[in-house]
Design a protein around this ligand. Structure first.
Ligand SMILES: Cc1cc2nc3c(=O)[nH]c(=O)nc-3n(C[C@H](O)[C@H](O)[C@H](O)COP(=O)(O)OP(=O)(O)OC[C@H]3O[C@@H](n4cnc5c(N)ncnc54)[C@H](O)[C@@H]3O)c2cc1C
Length: 386
């Protein structure tokens, strides 16, 4: 295990776990876990060494998200969403002095970044914006009716998608990195949800202004295809694997406790546990395969923008978001009432509620629809190794 993942495990077990139920109950930001992650320098780990970070590969970042999510899914998801923004800056910001300075600050100050893609009236279609960047000389201003910005109130900065200019079509988008001192957030709705309550994904009327340099030079479409889409699906899947892994760990502990009560017998739930472990193993293999595929494609434009890569990443999202629900359900069958109750060491209610967010975080139907379109033109690729 790398030093980074070891630090993450300590934060997860010693801090995130302790506060997870309160974070969920009160739908509050996992401030203790994120403060501990900051202290352990987990937030800026992906920033290249040249800028003061650790140049951590995505596999390690995903492993950190998985560790945190095992003990507090909201903390894991906050970490994952932050890293998606960092990855965009690492891959697409190094050509601009403003973003290079931001990368250095991310490492030095362990800043936390949020994301505002979802917009009122547009929903989860990330490839469409209604708001637009308004440029005046070398300055810009932006107003976005962002229906969901996770931990917006606690973030140090937000990456916001918008149309390139007032006369640009909805799909001609850019990303602007806006920082807290230059941004006003007026709450437009709350976040009293079934699960992922600690992500505090409130709606805001976002108003920001700054230097035009804060707008990433590449079009959003390019950043999305090359970085945001694969990184998002990989780190989200890692969070969901964390939820599933902890559910299986609870089921396993339950079966062992039952076995101790009646030595020499195999508890009836052991069979379901074996099934749950198999599903968890399959899910883990899916995440690892996607990670390998991403690392092999990184820096290779042709591979990153290929139909097969897009289909693979879409499929990672749709399958892992369903797998987590199935695995938690199975763990619940193992633990029975002890899992159904909210006051035992085997409680699984929070896991199940958190797991159900997975299919909605960019609707699976939207993603399946996109995959279906890609499959119309994609030639079958049935080989084991590619
Ligand atoms: C925990 C959590 C955290 C989030 N954090 C953020 C964040 O920080 N920043 C951010 O910008 N967003 C965030 N989101 C929003 C998320 O990324 C999606 O945009 C949002 O969940 C989609 O909301 P929706 O289901 O209302 O909208 P839609 O995607 O519009 O879907 C509405 C319904 O229409 C159906 N539908 C819509 N379009 C299609 C289609 N083309 N094909 C088939 N069916 C379709 C869907 O199945 C769904 O039932 C978060 C969401 C969650 C759950």
């Amino acid at each position: 295990m790398s030093d980074l993942v070891r630090r993450a495990r300590a934060v997860a077990k010693e801090v995130a776990a302790r506060h997870a139920d309160a974070v969920d109950r009160d739908a509050r930001f996992p401030r203790e876990a994120i403060a501990a992650a900051r202290e352990a320098r987990l937030l800026g780990a992906m920033v290249p060494r040249d800028f003061g970070g650790e140049s951590a590969p995505l596999a390690e970042i995903a492993a950190v998200a998985q560790e945190l999510a095992q003990h507090c899914a909201a903390a894991g998801m906050v970490y994952a969403m932050h890293q998606i923004q960092v990855a965009c800056l690492v891959d697409h910001g190094q050509g601009s002095a403003w973003h290079r300075a931001l990368l250095a600050r991310l490492a030095e100050e362990q800043l936390l970044l949020a994301s505002a893609t979802t917009e009122a009236g547009i929903g989860g279609d990330v490839r469409s914006s209604s708001c637009a960047v308004e440029r005046t000389g070398d300055r810009f201003a932006l107003t976005k009716n962002a229906s969901v910005i996770s931990y917006g109130a606690d973030a140090d900065g937000i990456l916001v998608t918008a149309r390139r200019a007032a006369d640009a079509p909805p799909s001609d988008q850019v990303i602007a990195a806006v920082l807290k001192p230059d941004t006003s957030l007026e709450r437009t709705n709350g976040w009293d949800t079934l699960g992922m309550r600690g992500t505090c994904s409130t709606g805001f009327q976002l108003k920001a202004e700054g230097s035009a340099e804060q707008i990433l030079p590449q079009p959003y479409a390019d950043i999305l295809a090359r970085t945001m889409l694969p990184v998002t699906h990989i780190v989200w899947a890692a969070v969901w694997l964390g939820i599933a892994s902890n559910a299986v760990a609870r089921a396993s502990a339950f079966v062992r406790a039952e076995a101790r009560k009646k030595p020499g017998t195999t508890p009836p739930g052991a069979l379901r546990l074996a099934e749950a472990v198999a599903m968890q193993q399959e899910m883990k293999a899916t995440v690892l395969a996607a990670l390998q595929r991403y690392e092999a494609a990184r820096g290779d434009d042709e591979k990153l923008t290929s139909l097969s890569f897009g289909i693979a990443m879409n499929t990672l999202k749709t399958t892992s978001s369903q797998a987590v629900v199935k695995i938690v359900n199975h763990a619940l069958l193992v633990c029975g009432l002890a899992g159904y109750r909210n006051d035992t060491d085997y409680s699984l209610g929070r896991h199940l509620r958190d797991a159900h967010s997975a299919a909605l975080m960019v609707s699976n139907d939207r993603i399946l629809g996109n995959t279906a379109n890609l499959l119309l033109i994609h030639r079958d690729n049935t080989g084991l190794l590619g």
